[in-house]
Design a protein around this ligand. Structure first.
Ligand code: ZN
Length: 150
C-alpha cells in the first residue's frame, strides 16, 4: 500500500515545473514598468478573468512566467489580499498532468483544498487551489495546461 501512493503521485500530480508565479499588484501598467520595461520580460498578453475579477498580464521567463494580477472589483480575493497584506506574491502555480487526480491525491492525504473540482483559469487552463493553511502559508495553484491547439 505504501509503495503504491508515491507512484500515483508521481504519475498524476507530477510537478515538472512552476507554471507561473502570481503577483498581486495595485496597478498593472505601473507594475509593467518594472517587470516589462526595466527587467525586460516580454509581455505575452493580457486577459480579464471575469470569474476571479482580475486583469492578468503574462510575462514569460525561461520555462515559466510571471502573472501580474490586478483586481477589477474591491470585493475580489486579490483586492482583499492587497488590502490585508499589501502587494506581493499571491500564489505559486505548479503544473500537473491531471488536476482532478492531483486533487484526489491531496484530498486523500488530508490536505485542505479551496477548489474541490477543477475550474477554468487564465489561458483556458484547468486549475484548482490548495489552501495556504495546508501549504506552509503559500496559496498553491495546481495547473493543467490547456492543450495547445492553435
Ligand atoms: Zn495562477
Amino acid at each position: 500500500m505504501s509503495g503504491e501512493l508515491p507512484h500515483r503521485i508521481a504519475r498524476s500530480a507530477r510537478t515538472a515545473r512552476i507554471a507561473h508565479i502570481g503577483i498581486a499588484v495595485r496597478n498593472l501598467d505601473e507594475a509593467l514598468r518594472l517587470y516589462h520595461d526595466a527587467l525586460g520580460l516580454p509581455l505575452q498578453g493580457r486577459e480579464t478573468v471575469e470569474i476571479d475579477h482580475v486583469n492578468v498580464a503574462f510575462l514569460p521567463i525561461g520555462d515559466t512566467r510571471v502573472e501580474l494580477l490586478e483586481a477589477t472589483d474591491p470585493e475580489s480575493p486579490v483586492a482583499r489580499f492587497i488590502e490585508k497584506r499589501g502587494e506581493g506574491v499571491h500564489h505559486v502555480a505548479f503544473e500537473v498532468d491531471d488536476v482532478e487526480e492531483a486533487l484526489g491525491v491531496l484530498r486523500e492525504q488530508g490536505f485542505r483544498l479551496i477548489d474541490e473540482t477543477p475550474r477554468t483559469g487564465a489561458g483556458g487552463a484547468r486549475v484548482a487551489f490548495v489552501h495556504p493553511r495546508s501549504a506552509n502559508g503559500v496559496l498553491i495553484e495546481l495547473c493543467e495546461r490547456a492543450s495547445d491547439r492553435h
